[in-house]
Design a protein around this ligand. Structure first.
Ligand SMILES: Nc1ncnc2c1ncn2[C@@H]1O[C@H](COP(=O)(O)OP(=O)(O)O)[C@@H](O)[C@H]1O
Ligand SMILES: [Mg+2]
Length: 461
């Protein structure tokens, strides 16, 4: 049995620094983890808070915020289900269902995962010697794996490199790679995938770029006959420096459980607006992301799939990531965060337009954003699908189901027509389509969105 860890030192790469310094220490007290800044760190003129308000710079132990076991900004640097499974397998030999009962403590996950983690923190047992956990895989081997990826060969280093992905969050299998001075996340296809997730994510990143959303550079390669998506890391600006990153969950102050229930885009925007150095344009940026998630059927837009850079004083929204059309059987869908302040999560453009004011947008501006995205996606789909190696069957399967599902456009055209018509007496109201959420029987998954969108019809076959 693995002994729980009681303590870990937190090392941090300060902004623009190539080497980490010890910033403080986490101690486990029962099921709770408290943090203290080191005296040497506090004495540094360039010391910054690892994240405010939860870890204010100053002496003394800091308990986690209420409702959390550990400060969110520290736990953000932890492995998520994928990395945790790899670590459990390595430490206990247990995999699959056998691993379900294994409950390792948080410090063990932080101390056993690879050091090239998201953001600029790492965790060590020493306060004096920093030792990156590479687990025998050298950077050269990782580089070779990255090059072999490009050539479509099986890189033997891949399995050994798995540990390098353990510190990256998320549920999907992934590894981190270093290719020259480029740091990459490699998201892997699984032979058990029942759905072309990786190719669909590649297509989504390209579509996002085309509609004007800031996304990291990415490239689809083949390994072992399966697609792998190489994504450039935005937390590695170059020259061995690292950028601090906090998740949306941490910005909202929630743990995973409450976050799933209460996270909302307007609240996230509020935090970003209050804490950003330049708040202008943020509402539009976030609104575009919500609309895009709906457009591509990404209902996995929970608060861990949003993040911001932290420089000790200010937040700055990171590029968008994890834009993956999700498996979907029925017609109705809900986003993972509230779109407005009324708790509505229905994956529909009209819900976004109704909430436009929360994002500092007029209804017309919101409608323009929706129309622009729909048009761009429709016009680009053939080319993007081909570029993303989707077969014709996969392409047709995705369109109208994940991509521009008619449910997303429900009521959009009718509302637009109503908005354009002068409302005289009762006729305006009569001209409207029936309100409310449509039932599954009103739409079939393959129904084309043309039915409710006033855009040029296009044949997808
Ligand atoms: N391009 C990137 N640069 C830096 N960090 C990233 C990038 N993409 C994702 N991440 C981080 O890695 C985590 C896992 O990636 P994600 O794409 O969300 O994987 P999954 O599909 O398994 O959820 C994210 O929660 C985020 O913290
Ligand atoms: Mg994710």
């Amino acid at each position: 049995m693995t002994r729980p860890s009681d303590s870990a030192f937190v090392w941090a790469w300060l902004p623009d620094e190539a080497e980490p310094v010890v910033a403080g220490r986490i101690n486990r007290v029962g099921g709770s983890y408290r943090f203290i800044y080191g005296k040497s760190y506090l004495a540094r003129p360039d010391a910054i808070s690892l994240y405010e308000p939860e870890l204010p710079l100053g002496p003394g132990w800091i308990d986690p915020p209420e409702g959390l076991e550990m400060a969110g900004s520290l736990w953000d640097a932890s492995p998520d289900s994928w990395g945790q499974r790899v670590i459990i397998a390595r430490l206990t030999g247990k995999q699959g269902h056998d691993a379900d009962a294994v409950n390792l403590d948080r410090l063990t996950f932080l101390l056993e995962s690879g050091s090239n983690r998201i953001g600029s923190l790492d965790f060590q047992t020493s306060s004096t010697d920093y030792l990156a956990r590479e687990d025998g895989t050298t950077l050269d081997e990782l580089h070779g794996a990255a090059l072999a990826f490009e050539k479509g060969e099986l890189p033997p280093a891949l399995a050994a490199a798995l540990v390098h992905g353990t510190s990256v969050g998320g549920a999907r299998p992934k590894v981190t790679l270093v290719d020259g001075d480029k740091h990459l996340i490699a998201k892997l296809s699984m032979s058990t995938d029942t759905y072309p997730m990786i190719k669909a994510e590649a297509a989504s990143l390209e579509l996002a770029h085309r509609v004007g959303i800031d996304v990291p550079g990415s490239r689809l390669v083949t390994s072992l006959g399966h697609e792998v998506l190489l994504i450039e890391r935005f937390d590695r600006p170059g020259g061995r420096t690292r950028r601090m990153v906090v998740s949306g969950l941490t910005m909202l102050g929630y743990g995973d459980f409450l976050g799933a229930r209460y996270s909302s885009y307007p609240e996230l925007l509020e935090v970003l607006r209050q804490r950003s150095a330049h708040g202008e344009g943020l509402g539009r940026q976030l609104f575009e992301r919500v609309v895009f998630n709906i457009a591509i059927g990404n209902i996995d837009d929970h608060a861990r799939n949003h993040a911001a850079f932290w420089d000790g004083h200010h937040l700055e929204l990171t590029p968008a990531y994890d834009l993956t059309p999700q498996p979907r059987s029925g017609t109705e869908a809900r986003q993972a965060m509230d779109i407005g302040r009324d708790g509505n999560r229905a994956s529909q453009f009209v819900v976004c337009i109704d909430a436009a004011h929360e994002y500092g947008l007029s209804r017309d501006e919101a409608r323009d954003i929706v129309d622009h995205q729909i048009t761009t996606i429709r016009e680009s789909w053939d080319e993007v699908a081909e570029q993303s190696r989707l077969t014709k069957i996969e392409k047709d399967f995705l369109f109208g189901r994940q991509i521009l599902n008619p449910y997303a456009s429900y009521d959009l055209a009718a509302r637009r027509r109503a908005a354009q018509q002068p409302i005289t007496g009762a006729s305006g109201a009569q001209g409207r389509a029936p309100r409310g959420v449509p039932t599954g029987s009103q739409f079939t998954p393959r129904q084309r969105p043309e039915a409710d969108v006033t855009l040029d019809p296009r044949e997808m076959s």
